[in-house]
Each structure stands twice: as structure tokens, then as C-alpha cells.
Design a protein around this ligand. Structure first.
Ligand SMILES: NC(=O)c1ccc[n+]([C@@H]2O[C@H](COP(=O)([O-])OP(=O)(O)OC[C@H]3O[C@@H](n4cnc5c(N)ncnc54)[C@H](O)[C@@H]3O)[C@@H](O)[C@H]2O)c1
Length: 240
């Protein structure tokens, strides 16, 4: 039977890689992104013979979240997998960080994920699974206090919800380190090179490295795993 997966931030980067892998593994995809480019992903997946549709929505808006829920309810029926992947950065030293930039990052990375998850609670099938996209940065990163707060908050949400929804639905998080994507490419090249040099694996991560971890947690192979964080960072989290 075709499994249904909802993936946010599926227009590019990690979300695109996750959509491709879940589609290749037999899921029908519902992609959610505020960027119209999400339709390019849909077209690519359909050309590859996979079932895919999209909702263009800003997940920080209640009305848009309701539209996503209604679309899923009316067109797809019970959902097997929800991947809360959409996220943003607004980096600055804490001393100069505008409160609006702190709030905007928490709003998208933590609160929007929480709202969509609760909105889809009744749409998730028994035995379904939620995967939240946290970050290795949840442990701390200079110039990213807003991002760190949002991503560590998402881990707290993951643990709390895993307990609340057990045994009906599993809830886990993936915490990527530095991954090659439009988000990381927005950094100055010398900063990016310096960060890559500190990764024990000796290379930047590929979106597919993260997609494989998401697909594992979303699958029945992970049926005894809930409330956990799978760190995918090439060993960066254990490096001095
Ligand atoms: N790239 C990395 O190195 C890295 C590392 C750790 C964690 N992450 C996390 O992985 C996720 C994906 O990162 P990425 O590198 O692919 O980022 P990206 O910027 O390339 O893609 C993010 C996607 O989310 C969408 N999005 C952002 N805000 C949205 C909103 N309010 N409503 C709907 N869609 C929205 C964007 O349009 C975009 O398509 C993020 O949560 C990010 O924090 C990335």
C-alpha cells in the first residue's frame, strides 16, 4: 500500500532530498513550502513516476496551516509520515541581534512545526511517525542563539510529544551538522571552509546523508524508536 508523507520545505535543500528519497521508497508526497519552486519538485517527482502534490503555504500563518490540513484531509486520507523540515536562519551576535530576528526564527523553526503537527494529529495514521528537523547547532553555535534556541526547543517538543502520542505515533528528530544546501551556501566561503575543516568525517554533509536518516526514522525499521535525536554531522558533535 502506498504510504503518504507530508514534507515541509520541500522546494529545495534537505527537503528536496527527503522528498526524492521517500518518493523512491514508495511514498506519495505532499510537499509544503512558501516558495512556488515547490512545484518544480512536484514536476520532477511526477516525471519519475511518483505521486506528488504541493501546497504553497507560509507555515507561520494559522490560515495557511488550516489550508494544508484541509488539503491533506480531502485529497489523501491518513498520513503515515510528517517531516517538519522547513526552517530559516537570521544569524547575528547576540549583543546585536534584533528581537524580531530572534522571534522570526523561533516562529518558523519551532512554533510552525508545533502548529502543523497538532493540526495534522487527526490525519496521522495509527503507527505513523513524525520526524522533526533539528540541528547539531542545538548544542550551541556562535552567532546563532535564536537558531540554537529554536532547534533545542524542537528537541524538547519531540521528547514531550513522543511521550504524549505513544504508542500511537512515534516522534523523533534528526540533527544535521553542516550540510551542503542553499542555507549553508549563504555563509561567506571562508567561514564555510573553516567549519568544514573541523568536521572529523573530512567533508561537508550531503542532503542525501540527512534524507537517509529521516527515511530510516520514518520507516518501520525504527518501530521501537521514539523520542530520540539522530545526529548526522560527520562526527562534529564529538570533536573538540
Ligand atoms: N543546511 C544545513 O547545514 C542544515 C544543518 C542543520 C539543520 N538544517 C535544517 O534543515 C532544514 C532544511 O534546511 P536547508 O538547508 O534545506 O534550508 P533551505 O533554506 O535550503 O530550505 C528551507 C526551505 O524551507 C522553506 N521555508 C522556510 N520558511 C518557511 C515557512 N515559513 N513556510 C513554509 N516554508 C518555509 C523555504 O522556502 C525553503 O524551501 C531547516 O530546518 C534547517 O534549519 C540545515
Amino acid at each position: 500500500m502506498t504510504r503518504i508523507a507530508v514534507v515541509t520545505g520541500g522546494a529545495r535543500g534537505l527537503g528536496l532530498a527527503i522528498a526524492r528519497l521517500l518518493a523512491a521508497r514508495g511514498h506519495a508526497l505532499v510537499l509544503v513550502d512558501r516558495d512556488d519552486a515547490v512545484w518544480d519538485t512536484v514536476e520532477e517527482l511526477r516525471t519519475a513516476g511518483c505521486a506528488a502534490s504541493a501546497v504553497v503555504a507560509d507555515l507561520t500563518g494559522d490560515e495557511d496551516v488550516r489550508r494544508v490540513r484541509d488539503f491533506v484531509r480531502e485529497t489523501h486520507g491518513p498520513v503515515d509520515v510528517l517531516v517538519n523540515n522547513a526552517g530559516i536562519t537570521r544569524d547575528a551576535r547576540l549583543a546585536t541581534m534584533a528581537e524580531a530576528d530572534f522571534a522570526a526564527v523561533v516562529e518558523v523553526n519551532l512554533l510552525a512545526a508545533m502548529r502543523l503537527t497538532f493540526a495534522l494529529e487527526t490525519e496521522l495514521r495509527d503507527g505513523g511517525s513524525v520526524v522533526n528537523m533539528s540541528s547539531r547547532a542545538a548544542l550551541g553555535n556562535f552567532g546563532q542563539t535564536n537558531y540554537v534556541a529554536s532547534k533545542s526547543g524542537l528537541i524538547g517538543f519531540t521528547r514531550g510529544l513522543a511521550l504524549r502520542w505513544s504508542p500511537r505515533i512515534r516522534v523523533n528528530a534528526v540533527a544535521p551538522g553542516l550540510i551542503d544546501s542553499p542555507m549553508s551556501r549563504a555563509m561567506p566561503p571562508q567561514v564555510l571552509d573553516g567549519l568544514v575543516a573541523r568536521i572529523p568525517a573530512g567533508r561537508i554533509g550531503e542532503p542525501e546523508d540527512v534524507a537517509k536518516a529521516v527515511a530510516f526514522l520514518a520507516s518501520d525499521d525504527a518501530s521501537y524508536i521514539t523520542g530520540q535525536v539522530l545526529t548526522v554531522c560527520g562526527g562534529r558533535s564529538i570533536a573538540p
